[in-house]
Design a protein around this ligand. Structure first.
Ligand code: ADP
Length: 255
């Protein structure tokens, strides 16, 4: 984009208009570059996964019938990588639809019950204790129940993935907001990386993450869900001590 040069001789009005135009162009360029980066990261992730699947399929074709251990390793890896790819494409579709700006459903439901359901689902994957503390058995929120459940699943899954002990969830209400805190005692996140984890495809340790199965899309989805509910999401974390994700959502579903 080419900026319009600001000529000192122009009137104040024109000067202001030119400045506004230049700022708009800068923002447009920034979002265009971000979009380009996103497409490139998504292609890279899908390409890496497909390369691995292709490699194992080729091994299976050459030596699979003679060597039982190669057969087992290849089948297992192809299965795991396909699962990873399916999760990633699902998350990409979720992000795309969240960014279309369609208004979410707003209906009243019990946030404590929703949290219990999300915990039950994630518990099946990790089989570790999830302690839920709430100020009441029934805390009603006006929001999209499916999306809030998805948000909770992402946060609970992360808390369990990046720790080895039990995790805790606190649900309370204050000043028109519901407050959800998901707390773990795991590896934590370095201070200079806390803002970065909300970027699409950002992972603190790319090499290790392949094992845990994440593509770095969970927190961006969580943030989009919170934003479309006019809420906020913050992370308080210390490396080696643990992480707490704090979500504020307006109780009545309005900004
Ligand atoms: P992923 O699917 O890789 O977990 P996310 O977007 O959910 O993607 O998270 C991005 C990165 O943030 C993760 O790869 C991990 O490095 C870091 N992270 C997220 N949650 C936690 C947590 N509770 N404790 C430590 N690190 C975390």
């Amino acid at each position: 984009f080419k900026k319009i040069p600001i000529n000192g001789k122009k009137t104040d009005e024109l000067y202001k208009m030119t400045e506004t135009f230049n700022r708009m162009m800068e923002r447009l360029e920034e979002s265009f570059l971000k979009q380009q980066q996103f497409v490139s990261d998504a292609s890279h992730e899908l390409n890496t996964t497909l390369t691995i699947i292709e490699g194992y399929a080729s091994m299976l074709r050459r030596w699979g019938t003679d060597d039982k251990s190669i057969q087992e390793e290849s089948i297992e890896s192809i299965y795991e990588e396909s699962k990873r790819m399916r999760k990633m494409t699902r998350q990409l579709l979720d992000l795309a639809s969240l960014q279309q700006g369609i208004e979410p459903i707003r209906e009243p439901f019990n946030l404590v019950e929703c949290c219990k359901q999300a915990s039950k689902l994630v518990h099946k994957l990790h089989n570790r204790e999830i302690k839920i503390h709430s100020t009441s058995r029934e805390l009603i929120i006006v929001a999209d129940p499916t999306k809030i459940k998805q948000l909770l699943i992402i946060l609970i899954d992360n808390a369990l993935k990046y720790s080895t002990k039990f995790i805790e969830i606190y649900i309370s209400e204050a000043e028109g907001d519901m407050i959800i805190r998901v707390k773990d005692f795991g590896i934590g996140i370095a201070e200079d990386e806390i803002d970065l984890v909300f970027e699409r495809f950002y992972r603190v340790d790319r090499a290790r993450q392949r094992k845990t199965g994440g593509a770095g899309l969970g927190l961006p989805i969580a943030q989009s869900i919170v934003r479309e509910h006019y809420g906020s999401i913050d992370i308080v974390s210390e490396e080696g001590v643990g992480t707490e994700v704090i979500v504020h959502l307006p109780k009545d579903g309005t900004s």
